[in-house]
Design a protein around this ligand. Structure first.
Ligand code: IPE
Length: 250
């Protein structure tokens, strides 16, 4: 198994400033790019999509004070957060289906969990079988049951990391609203091979950002075997066609 893993950031597919509002054009543009790459035979090893929460998940999570480490054991908040994410997932699936992408949901709340130290466990036999059968599994940032903490958030980035390891992914793409990692002159850094390359740009200031933050993303992606790219929506077609776009982390 050596699939491509594509994360659609929440800010690409939702309007981050308005609660539970899609970014229709961003989502359609993403779906069209995925459909055309599949049509061109560019993704024969399979594609797994992970999408973020944007204004669906983060709004409810912050309202209820739920994070990747602070959980809830109340059903109301849990269903608010998970329900909003399921709604977003259904929108994403339906836009993909309109473009004939054989997308199948994989709900992390039902599939994954964390132990008492916060380590995430995500079985992938179902995802591997979906890929073998020609489906496109679609996961999303969600809640997961967490020993001793009720349910905590699992970010899309964490899922990407787990999937990349378990599926031995051959490429990882993080599609976001920025064209890549930017240097002090706002130019995209083409290639990062060690954190020292970007230490002075990214610094430590974002180290408290638990579900994202560019520094955290770069650190995690550097640890993975597969090459990863961070790019903007304008480069999604080129990424899916196999080209080097945005910032390449190897
Ligand atoms: C967050 O997922 C999911 C929830 C808040 C439930 P991500 O952290 O991956 O979302 P984005 O991409 O930053 O919006």
């Amino acid at each position: 198994m050596s699939a491509t893993i594509l994360k659609l950031g929440g800010s690409v597919i939702t309007d981050k400033d308005r609660a539970e509002t899609l970014d229709g054009p961003g989502l359609e543009r993403s779906a069209a790019a995925i459909a055309s790459a599949i049509g061109d035979g560019a993704l024969e090893d399979g594609l797994v999509i992970v999408h973020g929460g944007g204004s669906f998940g983060h709004h409810h999570a912050s309202e209820h004070g739920v994070t990747t480490t602070e959980g809830t054991d109340e059903i109301g908040p849990a269903m608010d957060i998970h329900g909003a994410m399921e709604t977003l997932n259904r929108f994403v699936l339906s836009r993909l289906h309109e473009q004939d992408v054989p997308a199948i949901p994989v709900h992390p709340f039902s599939a994954a969990h964390r132990d008492g130290s916060g380590t995430l466990y995500l079985p992938t036999g179902q995802i591997e079988t979906m890929l073998e059968e020609g489906f496109v599994p679609v996961l999303y940032g969600d809640l997961v049951a967490n020993t001793g903490a009720g349910a905590t958030i699992v970010s899309g980035d964490e899922l990407v990391t787990e999937l990349a390891r378990a599926l031995e992914a051959n490429r990882i793409g993080l599609c976001s609203t920025v064209p890549g990692v930017l240097d002090d002159d706002e130019e995209v850094v083409d290639r990062i091979t060690s954190f020292e390359d970007v230490d002075s740009i990214l610094g430590e200031s974002e180290s408290t950002d638990v579900t994202g933050g560019m520094a955290g993303k770069v650190r995690t992606l550097l640890e993975l075997d597969a090459p990863a790219s961070i790019f903007g929506l304008e480069s999604i077609d080129a990424f899916l066609a196999g080209e080097a776009v945005g910032t390449n982390i190897e």
